[in-house]
Ligand binder design. Structure first.
Ligand code: SF4
Ligand code: SF4
Length: 237
């Protein structure tokens, strides 16, 4: 044996991962592809949506495909997939992170426009303050005539127990729907109020992965809680 010892090759190492979505194993790397999430998902199969497929895209580093896909936008964020997952993959957080990577102008439907409107006017549909308070008073008067004698819509009542936020589609298109829970408050003798500004309870910043907008909207509700010294918060969604 006169030959030179065989050269020892350098150990191979895996470099830092380039993927923005795989910085925590909880995001996707522990997925077993068992399909429990797909079985639990109420919209599995709609337009071929399958949460497992989206997770595979991420695991395989096909991030742009995941971002461009409309699957995450069809997801309701109900969380049933996570409950079913044996590996505790944080599927909804992953989907929201994918949404956050979509260019804002390409966010589907009215969602991003609603975010901009909420930032500008305090609600997703841009209802002006005076129109809003006039409507609330009018609906309250109807309710008093129909079945709740003496009822007056409590707007900006300091010290009320419950601060109530609204889904703007109610005052915009279905104002009678507000009466259902106003009746419950009336029957229960509850102390509650609706703020005249920044009353939107549907945070499309949350839904669209826009953290900055989400924080501003949440902060405004917190400000209302302090301003009116309420103890509890009711969010419709
Ligand atoms: S349930 Fe969890 S482990 Fe199974 S396929 Fe879905 S994400 Fe992967
Ligand atoms: S959170 Fe989305 S993917 Fe998960 S079960 Fe609900 S709709 Fe399906």
């Amino acid at each position: 044996m006169t030959g030179q010892p065989a050269a020892v090759s350098e150990p191979k190492t895996v470099g830092p991962r380039a993927s923005l979505l795989r910085d925590d194993p909880q995001w996707a790397d522990v997925c077993l592809t068992c399909g429990s999430c797909a079985s639990a998902c109420p919209i599995s199969g709609v337009d071929n949506l399958d949460p497992r497929k989206l997770i595979r895209l991420v695991v395989l580093g096909r991030i742009q495909e995941a971002v461009d896909s409309n699957w995450t936008w069809k997801c309701t964020m109900c969380g049933k997939c996570e409950e079913a997952c044996p590996m505790n993959v944080e599927i909804t957080a992953l989907f929201r992170k994918i949404r956050s990577m979509r260019e804002r102008e390409k966010v589907p439907g009215p969602l991003h426009k609603g975010v901009l409107m909420a930032l500008r006017r305090g609600n997703n549909l841009g209802i002006p303050r005076s129109e809003f308070t006039d409507l609330l008073k009018e609906v309250g008067e109807e309710l008093a005539e129909e079945c709740c004698p003496g009822f007056e819509t409590p707007i900006d009542v300091e010290g009320a127990n419950v601060l109530v936020t609204l889904n703007s589609k109610e005052p915009f298109g279905e104002p009678d729907d507000m009466k259902f829970w106003w009746k419950i408050f009336y029957a229960a003798g509850e102390s509650w109020t609706i703020p005249s500004e920044n009353w939107e309870g549907v945070n499309w910043g949350l839904f669209t992965g826009d953290d900055e907008a989400m924080k501003i909207m949440v902060g405004r509700i917190v400000d209302n809680m302090y301003r009116l010294q309420c103890k509890r918060l009711l969010l419709p969604e």
